[in-house]
Design a protein around this ligand. Structure first.
Ligand SMILES: Nc1ncnc2c1ncn2[C@@H]1O[C@H](COP(=O)(O)OP(=O)(O)OP(=O)(O)O)[C@@H](O)[C@H]1O
Length: 443
């Protein structure tokens, strides 16, 4: 064959492989959304004995008196479920797999993106676009194929959570939304499975072990009311090692739970880590089981069937939708229109926080974070903007990263400051990059 014929054949085969991979992914999606999963073969010999290779592999860990051979065998018998294969999940999975848990289930419907790489250490540049569960298992298997890995390329939802969680002994919550945290908290409580929950944001992390001990609380005993406002790492930021600390601790707590050496105090404490404020580590005592808890209290009202049927509505409980005001279409402009209108006199107000503004900003924009606009009575900077706009009869364009905070700011400027010609830039700077200037950084 000539070179060009070979290239044509190669392109044909690549296309066919992509089609087949697509078909497999579709099949997996169908079966996994019902709580069934994709399993990888395992070379584990028996659950009651260790193979020669396992003595060598786990020897250092077995030498620790609190683990010993009984602890190692207990790990081998245990099925652990990790929900979320992101910043917490990657370090947790690495150490769970290394420690020799018998079965590790991994649930995540997301694919790997470039912004995941700094802290999601199971992935590399070549993983971008792959399902996280697939990319994770590829690496984990290459490190330890004694473990049976079970992938669920789906999001945990009200209608699949029980089917999935039921198959495991311990659950690690490595997700990042309030709704999933409550859902997992409730399902694990109702199925009496220990839940190791962690979170991390900016420079701080926290960890708690739930549903253990006679009066150990569940997630809802601890947090009966949803947070008013949840900040995501994609907005507030995160430092890789901080989330790695929390994920690693989750794996450690799972090992401790299984090997039977969890100190009683751990069951009623929350561990807090701060990379900035000392002392770096703190343990605070948490409330125990609450008889008023709607899931496990004396007069519990939420049952498994309420959850699976959707009768209990998590989005309503967590206060979703987003809570940003709707802006009349006459007060919204597209980024294309902004591009045109900033050629004539105007004021362009960027309401992102100062750190984000420092990362990138549009020329001649003024930065006044929404938090400051809301936080003080008439801050001087806001007054001077209002004065300028009124004195010179200028249009005021308000922009933020995605077009959410700017809506709140527009509403505030209209209602409290009576500015009439104030416009929200729909979709914010993200749309500016998309439609106007592709060189403007996305972060
Ligand atoms: N209901 C859910 N079921 C399964 N996985 C979930 C669920 N909710 C969130 N996750 C996963 O939990 C992981 C959380 O990881 P992380 O907090 O590092 O965020 P990320 O989405 O990967 O990154 P970023 O927020 O910076 O874009 C993500 O991979 C996400 O897909």
């Amino acid at each position: 064959m000539t070179r060009s014929e070979l290239n044509a054949e190669l392109a044909r085969l690549k296309k066919r492989i992509a089609e087949l991979e697509n078909d497999i992914a579709e099949l997996d999606k169908d079966s996994c959304s019902a709580g069934r999963a994709r399993e990888t073969e395992t070379t584990t010999e028996t659950e009651t004995e260790l193979g020669r290779e396992e003595y060598i592999r786990y020897g250092r860990q077995m030498l620790v008196p609190e683990i010993g051979k009984p602890g190692q065998l207990a790990l081998k018998k245990t099925k652990v479920l990790v929900v979320g294969a992101g910043g917490l999940g990657c370090p947790a999975l690495t150490y769970l797999s290394g420690a020799g848990f018998g079965t590790i289930g991994i649930v995540d419907d997301d694919t790997v993106s470039l912004s995941n790489l700094p802290r999601q250490t199971l992935y590399s540049t070549t993983s971008i676009g792959m399902l996280k569960v697939d990319a994770a298992v590829e690496v984990l298997r290459s490190r330890n194929e004694n473990v049976k890995y079970v992938c669920y390329p789906v999001a945990v939802r009200h209608d699949n959570v029980f089917d999935i969680v039921r198959q495991y002994d311990i659950v690690l919550d490595c997700t990042d939304t309030a709704m999933t945290r409550y859902l997992l908290g409730d399902a694990t409580r109702l199925l009496s499975k220990p839940l190791i929950s962690a979170s991390a944001l900016r420079t701080e992390a926290q960890l708690v072990v739930l549903n253990v001990g006679p009066d150990g609380p569940c997630y809802r005993c601890l947090f009966p009311n949803p947070p008013q406002h949840v900040e995501a790492c994609s907005d507030a930021g995160i430092i890789g090692p901080v989330v790695a600390v929390a994920g690693t601790l989750q794996a450690l707590e799972a090992i401790k739970l299984v090997s039977g050496h969890i100190p009683t105090a751990q069951q009623r404490t929350m561990t807090l880590f701060s990379a900035i404020y000392g002392p770096a580590w703190r343990s605070v005592r948490i409330r125990g089981w609450q008889k008023s808890c709607i899931v496990c209290g004396d007069r519990a009202t939420v049952t498994e069937s309420d959850i699976t049927s959707g009768k209990y509505d998590y989005s309503e409980f967590c206060g979703i939708p987003d809570g940003y005001p709707d802006i009349d279409s006459s007060l919204s402009i597209s980024v294309k229109e902004l591009e045109r209108r900033i050629k004539t006199p105007h004021v362009l107000l960027d309401v992102r926080d100062r750190t984000q503004y420092g990362i990138c900003n549009l020329p001649d924009s003024i930065n006044l974070p929404l938090s400051e606009m809301l936080g003080y009575d008439n801050p001087a900077a806001l007054c001077s903007i209002v004065d300028q706009v009124n004195a010179e009869a200028l249009p005021l364009f308000v922009i933020c990263r995605f077009g959410n905070d700017s809506r709140t700011a527009v509403q505030l400027l209209r209602s409290s400051h009576r500015i009439r010609r104030v416009f929200d830039v729909t979709g914010g700077l993200d749309m500016w990059t998309e439609h106007v200037d592709s060189s403007f950084p996305r972060y």
